[in-house]
Design a binder for this molecule. Structure first.
Ligand SMILES: *Cc1c(COP(=O)(O)O)cnc(C)c1O
Length: 375
């Protein structure tokens, strides 16, 4: 019955390459989301997604059907009390998106904005907290997937705790990729989605929050019907099922990928990604590429090489040439910066990176781009 599918390496930062077992986990007899066989899987995910950070009963998982942005929407629309205010640390596309979510819901916020290749300054964050004592939430993106910057969540968490603020981390592209110490970093709420660190199909987002934070939000303004976290939590708690139809097949795939991740171990998985990154990074440098983000700020999960200055360079052509060999690459997402992004997410190894480097070099030569590339 099972169909052979060609393995494609996605070097774009999500969705990521999946294993065949994850792909095939979606193919099963039709099932209703209110049947026990599905509910067992759904309930087990609620518990086991927390295992990525060894979290216990004081934390709860709330699952949403949607892309990663649905959980940003959920957290910002659900966890700000009346008269509350959000401090958004914004040094990239995803920080900007959080600002836009606040604008859509008319949530008071401070947009602490930095250039997209810089990390935030702790002194500025403290000053913003001192100046705005009505701030209730500090919000930061852990891994700015638009550039590959890794923000200092531990240091920011210290400040959030010192000033007694709810601390929210968008860990969509870092959870289950980079080991995160939620307790030490003072994180109250984190979030992720199926297609990034979890190496599964897109379609499921999840929030992992302190149970007390969810319960406290019961009487907060209800800014959204579909993404209210208390509503989802409470319905599941009372009824043992999801109020709305979840992405059933995607959830089976997520269960399979989580099993594979927990079997590999988050630390081992991190090492696998790091090894792949080392090979990729070395090879890309050898080809002469320069990066948008300084090495010291990089996540080591993603790089943003700048377009070389060569009359024969065509990124569109390059996309096609490497696609023919089974690799997908993706442009950068930062306005006015000509860069592309290469990530080491998903079910890949350093060997895939070795193969990619050969394919890339061949494509550059075929395009008559001078190698090593010039700026
Ligand atoms: C991918 C991602 C998101 C959500 O993007 P979607 O396209 O909605 O899945 C949010 N934050 C970060 C840091 C991400 O990497």
């Amino acid at each position: 019955m099972s169909k052979e599918v060609k393995r494609i390496i996605l070097l774009n930062p999500g969705p990521a390459t999946t294993t065949d077992t994850v792909k095939h986990a979606q193919v099963l007899s039709d099932v209703c989301h209110r049947e026990e066989s599905f509910l067992d899987v759904y309930k087990s995910l609620n518990e086991d997604l927390k295992k990525g950070a060894n979290l216990g009963d004081d934390f709860e998982t709330v699952i949403f059907t949607g892309s990663g942005t649905i959980v940003m929407d959920a957290v910002l629309s659900s966890f700000v009390p009346k008269d509350g205010k959000v401090l958004i640390i914004n040094n990239g596309l995803y920080g900007k998106r959080a600002v836009e979510v606040c604008e859509y819901y008319q949530i008071e916020h401070v947009d602490l904005k930095y250039p997209t290749n810089q990390i935030p300054n702790l002194g500025d964050i403290e000053e913003a907290l001192k100046k705005n004592d009505d701030i209730t939430m500090v919000y930061v993106t852990h891994h700015e997937t638009s550039t590959g910057i890794l923000n200092p969540i531990h240091e920011i968490g210290k400040l959030a705790k010192q000033y007694n603020k709810l601390y929210v981390v968008d860990s969509i592209s870092s959870y289950l990729m980079i080991p995160i110490d939620v307790k030490k970093d003072n994180i109250d709420v984190l979030m992720s989605s199926s297609q990034k660190g979890t190496s599964s199909m897109p379609g499921v987002g999840y929030v992992i929050a302190k149970k007390s934070v969810i319960l406290n939000s019961k009487d907060y303004p209800k800014r959204s019907y579909y993404t209210n976290i208390y509503r989802h939590y409470n319905f599941f708690d009372q009824n043992g099922e999801s109020e709305f139809t979840p992405a059933v097949q995607t959830i089976y795939a997520l269960r399979q990928s989580l099993d594979e991740i927990l079997e590999e171990g988050v630390e081992n998985k991190f090492k696998r990604h790091q090894k792949a990154f080392e090979v990729l990074d070395k090879g890309i440098r050898e080809l002469g590429f320069k990066y948008y983000v300084d090495e010291k700020y990089q996540s080591k999960l993603l790089i943003a090489p700048l377009f070389p200055n060569d009359p024969n360079w065509s990124f569109d052509k390059l996309i096609k040439l490497v696609r023919d060999e089974g690799f997908v690459i993706y442009p950068g997402k930062i306005k006015d910066v000509d860069a592309f992004r290469l990530s080491v997410f998903g079910a890949i190894t350093y060997k895939d990176m070795e193969n990619f480097l050969e394919v890339l070099k061949k494509a550059l030569i075929q395009m008559n781009v001078q190698v090593p590339v010039k700026y």
